[in-house]
Design a protein around this ligand. Structure first.
Ligand code: B1M
Length: 210
């Protein structure tokens, strides 16, 4: 669809209002929120990511793109987070210490809420205590961690090791995700599962909680 290609351009150029308008138009045309999210917004951000990696785009431009993406996500959020779904369990989720990427985490939060999970979002740059203290205080079932940097993903093991030390590891389902991770890494650090994307996070949580 032509509008989707236009959205990819607009996301690339960080045009928030244009993105918001296009999201509204696709909704009117009967697109599902999930398809808009994955086929337009996430697909567009993948192109931004490739050019960022290749030194064609720089941080200020990527920030604008991220901001435009968030504008689109804000419209989709209430639609993805439909009320009335049965309560499935509670998840504490955050991006790990040293890492400020939050778009993927926000997406996981939204989709988990949409699937009926209660979500406590810790935001970015979280030390061990934030995860453990909040999970304990909130009576959570799941701890979710996100990392987008190869330099911050090892911190997930620090959190899991701290859970083990405190004798709390088995109390929680620990799910991890983020672009640089893989199945093998998830196993190596002792997580219950690596989640490739937000949909997999929802399916995994449903499957393992039930
Ligand atoms: Co950054 N950045 N960035 N960045 N950035 C990456 C990650 C990078 C791969 C770009 C590149 O070089 N190609 C690269 C990392 C390289 C590496 O580690 N090997 C990188 C770098 C280097 C950096 C800086 C160091 C750049 C600098 O300053 N020189 C810096 C680091 C700052 C820090 O964190 N300390 C930095 C900064 C930034 C911005 C601030 C400009 C911005 C972030 C804005 C924001 O998040 N609010 C940014 C962005 C936007 C990106 C890219 C382009 C896009 C990330 C994104 O939002 N993707 C990214 C390139 C890329 O990933 N291709 C890049 C869309 C999102 C929907 O996908 O986050 O993967 P993702 O989430 C998916 C899944 O991974 C999964 O589900 C999500 C949805 O399906 N998932 C989970 C994620 N978390 C999960 C948690 C779960 C489950 C599933 O828990 C249960």
């Amino acid at each position: 669809e032509e509008l989707v290609l236009q959205m990819m351009d607009d996301l690339y150029d960080g045009l928030k209002e244009e993105i918001e308008e296009a999201v509204e138009i696709l909704l009117e045309r009967g697109w599902t929120p999930y398809d808009i999210l994955t086929k337009a917004l996430v697909a567009g951000m993948t192109i931004v990511g490739a050019d960022f990696r290749d030194g064609i785009l720089f941080v200020p431009e990527v920030l604008l793109a991220a901001n435009a993406m968030k504008g689109g996500m804000a419209i989709l959020k209430p639609l993805l987070v439909e009320t009335g779904a049965p309560r499935m369990g509670k998840m504490v989720i955050g991006t790990v210490k040293g890492d400020i990427h939050d778009i993927g985490k926000n997406l996981v939060s939204m989709m988990m809420e949409g699937a009926g999970f209660e979500v406590v979002d810790l935001g970015i740059n979280n030390p061990v205590e934030n995860y453990i203290d909040t999970a304990e205080k909130e009576g959570a079932d799941i701890i979710g961690m996100s990392a987008l940097l190869t330099t911050t993903m090892p911190y997930m093991k620090v959190v899991i090791d701290a859970l083990k030390e405190k004798g709390l590891r088995d109390k929680y389902l620990v799910l991890v995700g983020g672009a640089p991770l893989n199945e093998e890494f998830g196993k190596a650090i002792g997580a219950d599962a690596y989640c490739r994307d937000a949909a997999v996070a929802v399916e995994t949580a449903k499957h393992m909680i039930a």
